[in-house]
Design a binder for this molecule. Structure first.
Ligand code: PA5
Length: 418
């Protein structure tokens, strides 16, 4: 179970806090019944037949491809990259290439170059099937695949993950590609545990059963009252009401970089609407203690900080060595695990920031494993929905994302956009 710690007593008394938790907990019901609330019961409702097909496809890709080119953006990209990197990267022969998430020709060339002399397959992932970044990259990579293997074999190396009503359905029919469904009632940023993320994560060698199991267990603890996710959602809104309108997610693990990108999308796209919302941003310590740390300690008091941590010490064997001369005066740390030092520095950072007037919260998972990351994803998804409903916005739409697209299509001369 994901733990949540916060000293709320500075902002609310116990009765006020309990009342807010009780009120916020009601939104679990609203979330579950929402037309885009399919993710709430997904860990117990997913399609077993499709799950087996995903595992079989992953096995094939792992046996015949050096690379799986994952083409997608936003909710069709960030989640699986986040999980794979947080868990230490790909295990086995097949590496992942992430593309279709920018308009950068340099990045596209780099990705094409990576697969130049290698065997590869493609997983194009798009709920709408019309996202321009993704569509352009798919065109490039499909052509490269055909040049390399001929049309028949190329078609066997293309896997499409999309919605039943998507613009990619025509392509699937034409190419007879193997396809997986993005459930109609689950929006992009809530879809990492669906086929969107399951195929790339299985190809990376992760234990996808354990990911879903972790999410399922977390669901059990949140499904009636929202549990710890409710407390987190309550405190975010209480702090916003007190003028703290920026949330900084902090981790001492550099491999969590993309997890934070996923979290920013989840909260930013779900809450930032109707002139409301907390601005989500992130830091990786200790790198950022030597840059943004100054602002955190001493800048405008509009920022609160949420630490994600794991209880268990990783890498038991990484210990500070003893030196005969002790010229660097580090022998006082000799014999200590580097990860233990990390935990101490995290505590010191929290103490310093609290003393500097920064409200600090802590989200703690038992360890960094598939099971715990599955639970953490579910925790944040539930907290995000509850927090957005508390704020009075719909967590599941993103009307603002469409505006730049209309301008872009006009400027690019897309037919019908003059
Ligand atoms: O959360 C969302 O809905 C968005 O971020 C989408 O995932 C993103 O825009 C990509 O869309 P699509 O999957 O349709 O290509």
């Amino acid at each position: 179970m994901i733990k949540f710690e916060c000293d709320y007593s500075k902002f609310l008394n116990e009765a006020e806090f309990s009342e807010r938790v009780r009120q916020t907990g009601h939104f679990v019901w609203l979330t579950q019944r929402s037309t885009k609330g399919g993710w709430v019961d997904w860990p117990i409702n997913y399609n077993g037949e499709e799950f087996d097909r995903i595992k079989k496809a992953a096995e094939k890709i792992r046996s015949d491809s050096d690379y799986l080119v994952c083409i997608g953006v936003g909710g069709s990209y960030l989640g699986y990259r986040a999980v794979i990197e947080a868990l230490g990267g790909e295990r086995g022969r097949t590496k992942l290439v992430f593309t279709g998430n920018s308009f950068s020709a340099r990045e596209l060339e780099k990705a094409l170059d990576q697969v130049k002399d290698a065997d590869f397959s493609i997983n194009v992932i798009s709920k709408s099937g019309t996202t321009t970044e993704t569509a352009i990259a798919f065109r490039f990579f499909r052509q490269r695949l055909i040049e390399r293997y001929g049309i028949e074999e190329a078609n066997k190396r293309i896997y499409v993950t999309t919605d039943k009503d998507s613009g990619l359905q025509g392509e699937i029919a034409q190419g007879h590609y193997e396809s997986f469904a993005i459930p109609h009632n689950i929006g992009g940023r809530f879809s990492v545990l669906t086929p969107v993320g399951l195929l790339p994560m299985a190809v990376a060698g992760l234990d996808v059963d354990k990911l879903l199991e972790g999410a399922e267990k977390e669901r059990e603890s949140l499904i009636y009252t929202g549990g710890n996710a409710t407390s987190y959602a309550v405190m975010r809104n209480v702090l916003l009401e007190r003028g703290f309108n920026i949330e900084v997610l902090a981790s001492f693990e550099p491999s969590f970089h993309h997890f934070m990108e996923w979290w920013k999308q989840l909260f930013g796209e779900s809450e930032g609407k109707d002139g409301k919302g907390i601005f989500p941003t992130s830091v990786i310590y200790s790198t950022d203690l030597h840059s943004l740390g100054q602002y955190m300690q001493d800048g405008q008091r509009i920022v609160f900080e949420t630490f994600i941590e794991s209880e268990k010490t990783e890498a038991e064997q990484v210990v500070v060595p003893i030196a005969v001369s002790d010229a660097d005066e580090l022998n006082y740390l000799a014999g200590r695990k580097v990860d233990d030092i990390k935990h101490v520095v995290a505590e010191a950072t929290r103490k310093a920031h609290v003393a500097g007037g920064v409200p600090v919260m802590r989200i703690v998972m038992p360890d960094i494993s598939e099971y715990s990351i599955g639970a953490l994803i579910y925790f944040f998804e539930m907290a995000c929905a509850l927090s957005a409903f508390t704020l009075g916005v719909n967590p599941f739409n993103q009307p603002g994302v469409e505006d730049y697209k209309i301008q872009m299509f006009r400027l690019l001369g897309k037919p019908g956009y003059n």
